[in-house]
Ligand binder design. Structure first.
Ligand code: UD1
Ligand code: CA
Length: 486
């Protein structure tokens, strides 16, 4: 028997598969309704982030590699609205478990929605490192074994806290029970094979027997784990498959466990990038989201954070302590130490930093230099232009080959509205100029240092917007002489 439906290769609307529910043999159920009491957090557990994404997103991403999102059923309950909002764009379905009465109860809640499928894979929203290949291996083993229940297990270095899987005899694929940590007898504490909380079920026997679950346990909950004994006692086949990499099935019940997984995930991302030719010094000190892309021969120095949808080209260097979020960097860009770059676009060969702040909608042109303590917001800076020291450039358009002197400020805000500053090509803005927007400075113009520019400057003109200096000869000496007499 083939597990997968006859592939619906026709991209008709509506999906021909959905017209014939009986032809859909496999669904994935993700349990994500729990509160996560052990986190001591007000936020639902599955919304906590590792690798820059909520736990549940990781699970959905892996599940989506196995079945279409419309065959993924996420069981939500605690903070259901927020959980749904966080993942709804994935196109999955939601089932509401109003009261969270345990993992067995969670799956029971899904009965009506998923009865039409022949098999279910049940995943936990708090086991986020699970890879699609492992889900596929579980599916294939479950089908090949013709089991009513298949448990994905692992043998991590420290099994404490997990349910233990007791096989019928050592080495047998067949399981007789899953015993929760709190219910372990002293002898069972030595059992090393843990329950990952990830299962394959044949829908028929599962829903035939699930109503027999009882709450006579430490938490007074319906445990899905008890299905192992229920099904085995009913003469159904219950088997276990040990995952090859125990790290993939680690759960996140506490913040500390979550941060362990975060580290694993980020190291995995760093390894993937290094395998593509990116040099990452001391990768354990970097914080790189799994969504980040980097080209070969780019060097990432220690203590760099690369977040969100950031894309960095090849032959770049990102020096220590810089934080780059949702930004695009072309090839050959140098970001010196301690820059903050958010939702910005940087063209080829540009030089940024140290201590530069590029805020959203900053567009830095090819070969431009933006230097020490320069803040840029909603501003386009043309090819080869320079703003090397201590400036604020907001709501501006700056041409190519223009030099912005140290201390230049675009006064873009009048207390009510924002106004634009337009600066042409080949302009020279002297140090400490104050450009009161709206204002336009024509191509090739000069602005004298220390000017307050309130009117537009024509092309090639020199604008001086300051009062003339007066020198009073011997004034200082006279004053000193006076004060020494008195
Ligand atoms: C569960 C297993 C344990 C296994 C471990 C692996 C049970 C009884 N125990 O324990 O054997 O070693 O996972 O990580 O299943 N959830 C709901 N509705 C509920 C309760 C829980 O949707 O009513 C969800 C949670 O949000 C979570 C998942 O189910 O995503 C697992 O629940 P959790 O309470 O974390 O179970 P564990 O104690 O870790
Ligand atoms: Ca858990």
């Amino acid at each position: 028997m083939s597990l997968l439906p006859e592939p619906c290769s026709l991209t008709l609307f509506p999906d021909p598969c959905s017209l014939y529910p009986a032809f859909m043999p496999l669904a994935i159920v993700i349990m994500a309704a729990g509160k996560g009491t052990r986190l001591k957090s007000r936020r639902a557990k599955v919304l906590h982030e590792i690798g820059g994404r909520p736990l549940l997103r990781h699970v959905i991403a892996s599940a989506s590699q196995i079945v279409s999102p419309s065959d993924i059923y996420v069981i939500v309950g605690h903070q259901a609205g927020a959980v749904e909002a966080a993942v709804k764009d994935a196109g999955v379905r939601f089932i509401h478990q109003q009261e969270q009465r345990g993992t067995g109860h969670a799956v029971q809640t899904a009965a009506e929605a998923v009865r039409q499928y022949e098999h279910l894979l049940v995943l936990s929203g708090d086991v986020p490192l699970l890879k699609p290949e492992t889900i596929a291996a579980l599916r294939d083993f479950h089908i090949a074994q013709q089991a009513a229940m298949t448990i994905l297990t692992a043998a991590p270095a420290n099994p404490t806290g997990y349910g233990r899987v007791l096989r019928k005899s050592p080495g047998s694929p067949e399981v007789k029970a899953i015993v929760e940590q709190k219910a372990l007898t002293p002898e069972q504490h030595g059992e090393r094979e843990i329950n990952s909380g990830i299962y394959g079920f044949r829908t028929g026997p599962l829903f035939e027997h699930i109503s027999k679950l009882k709450t006579d346990n430490a938490h007074g909950e319906y445990y899905l784990t008890d299905m192992a004994t229920l099904l085995a006692d009913a003469g159904e086949r219950v088997v276990a498959l040990e995952a090859s990499n125990p790290i993939e099935v680690l759960g996140a019940n506490t913040i500390a466990e979550m941060m362990d997984l975060d580290r694993e995930l980020r190291l995995d991302t760093a390894r993937r990038l290094m395998a593509r030719g990116v040099t990452i010094f001391r990768p354990e000190t970097t914080v790189i989201d799994s969504t980040v892309e980097i080209g070969p021969d780019t060097v990432i120095e220690p203590f760099v954070q690369l977040l969100g949808e950031t894309k960095i080209g090849k032959d770049c260097r990102i020096r220590s302590y810089s934080v780059i979020e949702n930004s695009m960097l072309a090839d050959n860009v140098l970001v010196r130490q301690a820059c903050i770059i958010v939702s910005a676009h940087i063209e080829i060969g540009a030089l940024i930093g140290p201590f530069t702040h590029l805020r959203p909608e900053s567009h830095i042109g090819e070969g431009a230099h933006i230097g020490n303590f320069v803040e840029v917001k909603k501003t386009r800076i043309g090819k080869g232009s320079k703003a090397n020291h201590l400036a604020y450039l907001g709501d501006s358009e700056i041409g190519s080959g223009t030099n912005i002197g140290a201390g230049t400020i675009t006064c873009n805000y009048d207390g009510v509205n924002k106004h634009r500053t337009l600066i042409g090509d080949g302009v020279f803005v002297g140090s400490n100029a104050t450009l009161v927007a709206p204002v336009e400075i024509g191509n090739g113009a000069y602005v004298a240092a220390g000017s307050a520019i309130t009117e537009s400057v024509p092309q090639n003109a020199l604008a001086i917007g300051r009062s003339r200096q007066t020198n009073k000869p011997d004034w200082a000496a006279t004053r000193r002489a006076k004060s020494s007499k008195s």
